[in-house]
Design a protein. Structure first.
Ligand code: ADP
Ligand code: ZN
Length: 214
């Protein structure tokens, strides 16, 4: 069993790679972003509370996301966990270390997907996903088919995130550099960090991650 963190700025491709690892290795993806969007879709009290913060591109409190992750870790995962979008602050990183230790689990690798800022803006501003299956599309590099149907599942439900606009993206990048990028030093010092080039093709990134996982 392998537990890993995918670390990188918004738009680095963490979700795409996590989906692949789920399919190919039976790992369980824990995306706090997905969990928070689900809470909003369900109309829960917590979902309502965080909606504005997320739309602006700011981080929600450590307390909320640590609570979400604690529940999921307690459920266990035979193929291991992929932490995607968590931890995002040093406080979350410490909390994750404690939660894993409590469950007798270890962290096997932290993979940084390095991407430059100009590429991120281009990737994110054209992004959409399929409401049916989660397939990720991009207006320029991977557009929807002419008939408007998802090539994977046939759904016509095109979803765009409220925070995938230029203003929110600026805030998300600033939050990343101020609060999340210190985690690179933190995990480097612990000896857990491997950096890969997130700008290579999807397949090359896949291979790089596979090499780290062995
Ligand atoms: P991306 O990586 O594309 O920015 P995510 O889907 O991971 O997006 O997260 C979307 C938003 O959800 C974040 O901008 C933030 O508001 C909130 N969020 C997700 N994960 C966390 C976290 N670990 N800590 C605080 N806020 C989070
Ligand atoms: Zn689909």
């Amino acid at each position: 069993m392998t537990n890993i963190i995918l670390l990188g700025p918004p738009g680095a491709g963490k979700g795409t790679q996590a989906r692949h690892l789920t399919d190919s290795r039976g790992m369980v993806q824990l995306s706090t972003g997905d969990m928070l969007r689900e809470a909003q879709a369900n109309g829960s009290e917590m979902g309502k509370k965080v909606a504005d913060v997320i739309a602006r591109g700011e981080l929600v409190t450590d307390e909320i996301v640590i609570g979400l992750i604690r529940e999921k870790i307690a459920e266990g995962a035979e193929g291991g966990f992929i932490f995607d979008g968590f931890p995002r602050t040093l406080g979350q990183a410490d909390a994750l270390g404690e939660l894993l230790a409590e469950m007798g689990l270890s962290l096997d690798a932290v993979i940084e997907m390095a991407v430059d800022d100009a590429a991120l803006v281009a990737r994110i501003t054209g992004r959409s996903t399929c409401g049916g299956c989660g397939e990720v599309y991009h207006d320029e590099t991977k557009p929807w088919a002419a008939d408007g149907k998802c090539t994977n599942c046939g759904s016509t439900d095109v979803k765009r995130r409220a925070d995938d606009n230029e203003d929110s993206l600026k805030t998300r990048l600033m939050e990343y550099y101020k609060k999340t990028s210190p985690l690179l030093g933190y995990y480097y010092a612990k000896g857990d960090l491997t950096s890969i080039d997130g700008l290579s093709s999807m397949e090359a990134v896949r291979d790089d991650i596979a090499k780290v996982l062995g």
